[in-house]
Write a protein that binds this ligand. Sequence first.
Ligand code: NAD
Ligand code: MG
Length: 350
Amino acid sequence: MGARMYYDADADASALAGRTVAIIGYGSQGHAHALNLRDSGVDVVVGLKETSQSRALAAEAGLRVASVAEATKAADTIMILVPDTAQKGVYDADIAPHLRAGQLLMFAHGFNIHFGRIDPPAGIDVGMVAPKGPGHLLRSVYVEGGGVPALFAVQRDDSGTARTRTLAYARALGCTRAGVLETTFAEETETDLFGEQSVLCGGTASLVKMAFETLVEAGYQPELAYFETMHELKLIVDLMYRGGLNFMRFSVSDTAEYGDYVSGPRIIDEHVRHTMREVLHEIQDGSFARRWIAENESGGAEFARLRQADQDHQIERVGAELRAQMRWLNPVEVRAGQTQASASQPGGRA
Ligand code: NAD
Ligand code: MG
């Protein structure tokens, strides 16, 4: 085995005992961090804008709620869990003016530190715990007694206690039950962006859409194409999740396995490898980050147009109708113009 994994026994829970943790934001990650830490015995205060609709939800869950400024002042550790594009604004206005030496400023993704958007003053420790899973799972797996694996990193340790406190945070979140791996802000940020662009979101979405379009264009029924290219994907990925590619290939027919070997590398070919390297390079040299920040600062018109185009795709319309008949899937329909907050289950992104 290569990298060292850290488990419960490697993390000193007492590093957070008698200390207050401020959770800034109460969305996908925020609600899970606040509730898991609270249930692990940590004193939690949730920092939210006076106008935030999440205030009522956090209060209903029995959490203490304060303004971002008050939460920052009250805490020893501050975890920033507002969207990456909003973090600089919230930090500049309501966190930075209230920081004091010895506090630990934490992130769940390295974007703003790595790309220099947030530059905390000397004397402030900087750490990260980045769970490798969406917030609603971070919460539900913890409640069941398990944990979601995570990455952790320490960017600055002026107090000498940043690493111990960061590991204690990962433990309170439940992540050291599954194992956490040490990284740097640079490695986490670059690999996270690459993973979501090449496979998890971008690569998979484009692969599914292209296969669906190919079948429909050839005259096959769209409903059948949906089952074949989207619905079954989950069943296949579940096999990989439990036993890797080997277990997936063990479980499918020999015909499917042979087709996998001879056709897979023709679909995802050396041209795709070349493009993946280009995409990685644009992440590493900061050009993707600059483009995304500029898009947000100029009002997000391109983002809105891209989102709309895919929300109206035939696979989405066909899929919504089919899923509506499969209530056991707990189907969710995201409609055009719907915001993330209104698409979420209480405390979690749908
Ligand atoms: P989110 O989109 O769920 O939003 C979080 C909350 O921030 C909102 O519920 C709201 O309370 C607040 N908020 C929203 N807009 C705001 C604004 N303009 N100003 C102030 N507050 C605002 O965010 P998230 O997906 O939980 O992401 C939080 C952090 O966690 C990010 O750094 C993200 O990269 C990281 N992360 C997310 C996931 C995930 O699965 N969602 C996984 C790992 C890491
Ligand atoms: Mg990620």
